[in-house]
Design a protein. Structure first.
Ligand code: NAI
Ligand code: MG
Length: 332
């Protein structure tokens, strides 16, 4: 039995984590869950936003599955998600977007993986407001070592998975310091992988290219904010936020979570699509070398997604979270 830290999160988090647990149970996956939450929920109960018991559990297990956690806009606590990524140097945010047969989309052959730098850039936390001058700064700090780590992770992935092309996305024409650093590191590292095609795109053009001809992209690597935005865009190309998975990966720890947030508009209504978290859990099974279990669950999931009536409302079906989950279980 492999022990995994489970962070249920809030909003739709508890509903979709319950679904994944039920599917893992039914598939007899040899993992046990050590459940530890974070955010407003734990703040209300024990006065800690990131409980020390959660930190200890992550350090011990090195692998976690995480539901979404709400971050209020404006004054309020600093994002728990960003803090966890920075605390454990989970510098690589890996977000695949692939067309699923049966899921209704505008494109038929999207198959790309986005690598988002996960600890620096505009999410560095360098936030200042000068009361006297009424000036606010949010600093997009990049380090050379940080750029190299994420760019190398993207190329290593492309190499391992026989991907044809890596595209670096930036705004180096305007961001003369941080943007230029990211771009120059990308073109340097690209030289070490001569068998992989390399190109770069300015972020605004990239947005247009993606919604016109997404099939032309393979592996994409970019900085934190651009990656955050592009990953929701890519989700839209393949069926929406309900279906796209993600992983926050460092050198010795990985936290798997969906791209989407806590979806307060549908929380507690049994409407959430658990596919995104389930796919993140499937990525996790590959990470811990449980390939057979991963493949078995993925087959049952794909067979369910191919039948629209059995899907949740976001995919045009009428099933509840738990009905959809039961359809998957019945196909295991
Ligand atoms: P969101 O991703 O929660 O929701 C955007 C839209 O997609 C909503 O209409 C929602 O109903 C829908 N949606 C999302 N996941 C879905 C699912 N599994 N099934 C069906 N529909 C789904 O983004 P929003 O509303 O901007 O953010 C809500 C909160 O989540 C914010 O506090 C934000 O900070 C937080 N958030 C947390 C993340 C994390 O924990 N990693 C990531 C992104 C946002
Ligand atoms: Mg996001």
């Amino acid at each position: 039995m492999r022990e995994i830290t489970l962070i249920p999160g809030d909003g739709i988090g508890p509903e979709i984590t319950e679904a994944v647990k039920a599917i893992f149970d039914a598939a007899n996956v040899p993992v046990t869950w050590e459940e530890e939450n974070a955010g407003q929920t734990t703040f209300d109960s024990i006065g800690e936003l990131i409980p020390s018991t959660l930190i200890a559990s992550l350090k011990k297990n090195k692998v976690a599955l995480k539901g979404p956690i709400t971050t209020p806009v404006g004054k309020g606590f600093k994002s728990i998600n960003v803090q966890l990524r920075q605390m454990f140097d989970l510098y690589s945010n890996v977000r695949p977007a692939k067309t699923t047969p049966g899921v209704n989309t505008r494109f038929e052959n999207v198959n790309l993986v986005l690598f988002r730098e996960n600890t620096e850039g505009l999410y560095s936390g360098l936030e200042m407001f000068d009361e006297r001058l009424q000036i606010s700064d949010s600093v997009a700090r990049l380090t050379r070592v940080g750029c190299r780590k994420i760019i190398r992770a993207a190329f290593e992935y492309a190499n391992k998975h026989n991907c044809k092309k890596v595209t670096a996305v930036h705004k180096a024409n305007i961001l003369k310091s941080a943007g230029a650093l990211f771009l120059s590191e990308a073109s340097e590292i690209a030289k070490e992988y001569p068998h992989i095609q390399y190109d770069d795109k300015i972020i605004d053009n990239m947005c247009m290219q993606l919604v016109i001809k997404p099939e032309q992209f393979d592996v994409i690597v970019t900085t934190n904010l651009f990656g955050d935005i592009l990953s929701d865009l890519c989700a839209g190309l393949v069926g929406g936020l309900g279906v796209v998975s993600g992983a926050n990966v460092g050198n010795d720890m990985a936290i798997f979570e969906a791209v989407h947030g806590s979806a307060p508009d549908i929380a507690g209504q049994g409407k959430a699509n658990p596919t995104a978290l389930l796919r993140s859990a499937i990525m996790m099974l590959h990470h811990i070398n449980m390939k057979d279990e991963a493949d078995r669950i993925e087959k049952a999931l794909d067979a369910t997604l191919a039948n629209r009536e059995q899907c949740t409302g976001d995919l045009g079906g009428s099933a509840s979270t738990m009905e959809f989950t039961q359809h998957i279980i019945s196909k295991l």
